[in-house]
Design a protein around this ligand. Structure first.
Ligand code: PMP
Length: 403
């Protein structure tokens, strides 16, 4: 059965041959939102999505512990078959209030939130218009939906307009899907232009704010808030695994009938619901996102500091300052060596060499946290500078310009 993976195995072995297996890192202990030990050595975590540093927040941890004591470790079933806990419904109400939406539905992961929302909303005869750089969960959701998929060029509203025109005579609902911040390069969608195209065409719009919730917008609701186009966004998808420091996902909407997805969406219906600990810590996380705008400000400041430090060191960066800072690598070998040498310097980042990267180009991806100190950022910039100098690699200006 597994013989078909021979080429994949060989490829993986080649990636790992230069040092450590980048896809099999197992920390000894995670010490804080920003540090872990690996083979007995301390490493700085610069490759998490722990944007607000809430994984060790005292209130979130205490809420998770108290909920476990009170309601146990797990729900052992789906909400449809086994019933919801009070916390699930309270979390949905809290989330809807935070997002200023009529209703919200919680899923067991962010991946499932996309699967469940797309497959719930669209079916055979409908059209999904996906940005070409969409996350795997969006592509997989589209497959599960069985709708006709049209990809448009990444962040290109004109291409979207052309494709919607081609589809204009065809029956079925048309749903445009974009992300607030794209996970690999950290670039944002041109949401005002996309919203205008969607309105013109009479289509629907879904924005996955996985990386922008708690990050963008004066109140942290994401890119749609920052761009002033929330009224044009029909469905907001997001995750609890990044700024909220836990696991789980959601979809929120103002549509009055939105709740019907609870009995129509298989990734909602046929999987166990979130455990009490996660529900409780996420609810506290939303409180923190709401009440502590300084976390967002510190994250932005840290993003600017890392970006400026690397730009000053001569690196070509994937996007403007933000919570995700990516270095384009000239080739796979350099990317793999860069990642290994940086880890040896005590800095953990994400190596992206597969098809998930824009244009299939290798990347060294970093994400910033509000919990990082100025000293930790300076340490990272110095280490990256040393490795870049040793390898003669400072990002790849040619591919940056071509993208
Ligand atoms: N959407 C996007 C844009 C993502 O980047 C991710 C995760 N990287 C997900 C959805 C899935 O979220 P989760 O990991 O919480 O399942």
């Amino acid at each position: 059965m597994l013989a078909k993976y021979r080429a994949l195995r060989e490829d993986h072995a080649a990636v790992s041959a230069a040092g450590r297996d980048p896809f099999g890192v197992a920390f000894d202990t995670v010490l804080s939102a920003t540090e872990a030990t690996l083979d007995g050595r301390r490493v700085l975590l610069l490759g998490t999505n722990n944007y607000l540093g809430l994984t060790f927040d005292r209130d979130c941890v205490a809420a998770a512990v108290a909920a476990t004591e009170a309601e146990g470790t797990g729900t052992t079933g789906s909400r449809i078959a086994n019933g919801s806990y009070g916390g699930h419904e309270a979390l949905e109400k809290r989330l809807a209030r935070f997002l200023r939406r009529r209703g919200a539905m919680v899923f067991s992961t962010g991946y499932q939130a996309n699967l469940g929302t797309l497959a719930g909303l669209a079916g055979r005869g409908d059209h999904l218009l996906l940005d070409a750089d969409s996350h795997a969960s969006i592509y997989d959701g589209a497959r599960l939906a069985g709708a006709q998929v049209t990809r448009f060029r990444h962040n290109d509203p004109d291409d979207l307009r052309r494709r919607l025109r081609v589809l204009s005579s065809q029956p079925g609902d048309k749903l445009v899907v974009v992300e607030g911040i794209y996970s690999m390069l950290g670039d944002t969608a041109p949401l005002r232009e996309i919203a205008a195209v969607k309105r013109e065409a009479g289509a629907w719009l879904l924005v996955d704010e996985a990386h922008s919730l708690g990050v963008l917008g004066a109140e942290g609701r994401g890119l749609a808030e920052a761009e002033g186009v929330e009224a044009e966004v029909d469905f907001v998808v997001g995750t609890f695994s990044k700024s909220l420091g836990a696991v789980g996902g959601f979809c929120a909407s103002d549509l009055p009938d939105f709740d019907v997805l609870r009995i129509a969406s298989r990734p909602y219906m046929f999987t166990a619901s979130l455990p009490p600990s996660v529900v409780a810590s996420v609810a506290r996380g939303i409180d923190a996102m709401d009440a502590r705008p300084e976390l967002r400000a510190r994250l932005a400041e840290n993003g600017r500091a890392l970006h400026a430090g690397l730009a000053a060191a001569g690196f070509a960066l994937g996007a403007g300052p933000g919570p995700i800072v990516s270095l384009r690598m000239p080739d796979r070998e350099t990317a793999i060596r860069f990642w290994n040498l940086l880890l040896a310097e005590g800095v953990y980042t994400n190596l992206a060499v597969g098809t998930a990267t824009p244009g299939g180009k290798p990347l060294l991806r970093m994400s910033v946290s509000a919990a990082l100190t100025a000293e930790q950022l300076a340490f990272a910039v110095a280490a990256i500078g040393r490795v870049g100098a040793a390898l003669g690699a400072r990002g790849d200006n040619d591919t940056a310009a071509a993208a």
